[in-house]
Write a protein that binds this ligand. Sequence first.
Ligand code: BGC
Length: 741
Amino acid sequence: MKKGLFVICVAALLATGCKSTGNTEEERFIEDLLGKMTLEEKIGQMNQLCFDQPLDSIKAKIRAGEIGSMLNIDPKLIDEIQKTAVEESRLGIPLIIGRDIIHGYKTVLPIPLGLAASFDPQVVEAGTHMAATEAREEGITWTFAPMLDISRDARWGRIAESLGEDPYLSGELGAAMVRGFQGEHLSDSDAIAACVKHFVGYGAAEGGRDYNSTYIPETLLRNVYLEPFQKAIEAGAATLMTSFNDNDGIPASGNDFLLRTVLRDEWKFDGFVVSDWCSMSEMMSHGFAADRKDVARISANAGVDMEMVSQTYIEHLPQLVAENKVPMEVIDNAVRNILRIKYRLGLFENPYAKPGKTSTIYCDEHLQTARRAAVESAILLKNDGVLPLKEDQTLAIVGPMADAPHDQLGTWSFDGDKNRTVTPLRALQTDEYNQVKYIYEPGLDYSRDTDTSDFERVKSAVRRADVAVVFVGEEAILSGEAHSLSNINLIGAQSELLKAVKSTGKPVVMVVIAGRPLTIERDLPYADAVLYNFHPGTMGGLAIMDLLYGRENPSGKLPVTFVREVGQIPMYYNHNNTGRPAQNEITPLEDIPLEAPQTSLGNTSFYLDSGKDPLFVFGYGLSYSTFEYADLNLSSNEVSATDTLTVTATVKNTSAVDGTEVAQLYVRDLVGSIDRPVKELKGFQRLFIKAGNSQTVTFKLPVSALAFYGRDLKKKVEAGQFDIWIGPNSAEGLKGSFTVK
Ligand code: BGC
């Protein structure tokens, strides 16, 4: 690099670093400590290792001040390792101990996609707080969650770990997770630091294949992909992780625009940035860095404060600083950011595990929290009247997921003990359900099983029962990181199992336990009711029984569109319109006349074989109650950019059963400087309404919430006409309109 250019770059970096003012006690502490550190000790703070070498050699490195953080180590070793840092290294700087506490530590909650189906920030916050309490008790001070990657592709295995396809819902629930993990104060004994990830665009991997490239233009990036991150940072997220993908050719761990301009300058983030696992050294595979030294230079200058696992910082930063290729100020600011979070966690005073008098792990309160979350996360997709079940019916319990204690926990459950899992079958053996008469005949041993030799036994069991409950889905290993699929039908012989059960003529309840929205259209004719559960965690079996028996009323709504065929992907509710929006046409392929003229099937945007509509839309979910929406009212039909619009409607429970409805508020900006989505979620509320009663739902919509990044890349509300809906999902509802002056 030419010298002049280098000076300009350094000046720019200094302007965008997170510099210390030294005014507060916290900053004075950090400056004081920083002043005592050698360059090597500073770089050591920027180095995070996993346990891939003998304990003695790890300890030697910690003693020498070469490690700032450890991840995913055996919790039993945490205090021993921490003691080495605190008592045996020169400056005694404690380690920050990270672990993937994604949906519970020991007590496992539903996977995040399930939590999102609750549309309930309170339940999500309580669940994540439970996880933090259990983890901190064992000395874990940092989780790599929440994952806020917008996911519009069910093939992508990590959709399981996401909060779905919508930026507003992901932002609201992501912020709830940050509050849950971090509690009132990070230093409390029930708080750990959150890490919002993966910054950014990872969920848009081409073809749904994990780690793949993304091509997200800046307007879409800002209007959709960045929104949940910004909300989580505003909620106080202490750390942020870069993603594996390159977007438009720039790997996230080398993207100074994202890490400095957006994150630090615009959002004023003052926590620290960690790379993903070797995502820095993988920039060589991407073809973005020539060698390991280049990796360290690019990431440090781009704004990655801590390197996860790949160790290019510890190897090359001393030399890069000596050569003036990485300014000292970049190192100092990275270390300040890291020390700031360690300080806020109270690690300098309380570095060790914090066991209370009695352990909270698997305590009753936590089990109840997990059960409530699982109840609220289940979505009733179909019910011809067979549900709720009656207490005097004999059940045939069928299918590989009826008793799959490991798989029910879902992806990222390192720590959950499968012996503590209450599967649906085990739920029937508890005091709460032991009066139920049932015959258990699984038919298949696991989801991929193709051996149909037990099917006759299954049919005979079903004939002896009143109702068959068929538990199908996916093993945990089929979703999550690096577990993408190109075929998302029910796997193995599960569809055949359903057909065999249905052939008996008995009513069939299909209970799905899976890590993603599967393509289940072909299975629906063989089920009289469908209850969908994203891997529901430790208490899933009891929650499912509560719902099947109507002791709880289903209230979950889909956080993601269910497509009819995998070839429809990507399909999401908040898409732009085409110039030729589809009408309602579907053309059965066999009805197309031979040599039909080119334009005879219409010239609009749809698939000849699967139309324009998904199987189930975003926001959809049934209940044992029925609800009617009426009386949409807007406080004004003309508003200005600084106003708040009040929108109300009456929701009536028209059934004889008390129930909870998630009322949803959507808007459409009819004309913009860039095309705007056909609908965008702007609010939701869970309403508990007693049988036969009505409730008014009131949404306060600040007009500023309609702002977006338009053609000039500035965020503002554009004047014009808007449509607005309050309804039960993204396809139905009462419609009104208003104008922004
Ligand atoms: C994942 C991250 C995770 C990290 C640490 C990576 O492979 O992408 O989400 O937090 O590993 O386990």
